[in-house]
Design a protein around this ligand. Structure first.
Ligand SMILES: Nc1nc2c(ncn2[C@@H]2O[C@H](COP(=O)(O)OP(=O)(O)OP(=O)(O)O)[C@@H](O)[C@H]2O)c(=O)[nH]1
Ligand SMILES: [Mg+2]
Length: 196
């Protein structure tokens, strides 16, 4: 039987490079950016959760559970992840950002295969050149380690990874799948690419 997998879409950042406009909600070719991500994930996971620190009512319109970071203050992506880990009952949690609208259709399948093959606790995606630190599959028991890391005042996700066994799943054959929209210019470029 396939394991149960929940997903959290991280939309809890300040989006400073987007002029402070909530990145998940900015329009990309007729729909909110997060809708592109939801479309990519909906067939790959059992349940989707949205992690947002403002505009929660707007995020609720898609019918998924919406929650903010348990610890306020914009402490970074780990703050959203640890909160999601406390909510899930699934065997694995998939984490993705709200600003990667082109994610692979086989994201979960390949991350899970890599995690199992390497007997790892975490599988992180790579575009063939660079790891994508907020695109990962992980085991929920890691919540204790992640909370302890944050409680110690640490914030850097890469440092946290290093405490665990991490498998890397390569998506070198889909180099555009992780295009990351941080600025209005990047959004404009992707909009033109999608419209072609
Ligand atoms: N829950 C939560 N998520 C965060 C936080 N900071 C960043 N993220 C998320 O982490 C992912 C990657 O972060 P960035 O692309 O740097 O997003 P950002 O911090 O909103 O944008 P900038 O302010 O321009 O750096 C995005 O999905 C963000 O929503 C935070 O404090 N809490
Ligand atoms: Mg980003």
């Amino acid at each position: 039987m396939a394991p149960q997998i929940d997903a959290v879409i991280l939309a809890g950042g300040m989006a400073r490079r987007m002029g402070g406009n909530d990145k998940g909600l900015v329009d990309l070719n007729g729909q909110a950016m997060i809708c592109h991500t939801i479309d990519k994930l909906s067939k790959q996971v059992d349940r989707i959760m949205i992690n947002a620190n403002r505009n929660q009512a707007e995020y609720e319109q898609w019918g998924y559970s919406v929650f903010s970071d348990q610890q306020s203050g914009y402490l970074g992506p780990l703050a959203g992840m640890v909160t999601a880990l406390k909510q899930t009952q699934a065997e694995y949690l998939l984490v993705v950002p709200c600003d990667c609208p082109m994610l692979p259709e086989d994201l979960v399948q390949r991350l899970l295969t890599a995690l199992i093959a390497q007997n790892a606790d975490i599988a992180v995606a790579s575009d063939g050149e660079r790891e994508q630190p907020v695109v990962l599959l992980l085991k929920p028991y890691l919540v204790t380690s992640m909370q302890a890391f944050l409680d110690a005042g640490e914030r850097k996700i890469d440092f946290w990874y290093r405490q665990h066994t991490v498998a890397v799943a390569s998506f070198a054959d889909q180099p555009n799948a992780f295009v990351n929209v941080n600025t209005p210019e990047q959004k404009q470029q992707l909009a033109q690419h999608i419209a072609k």
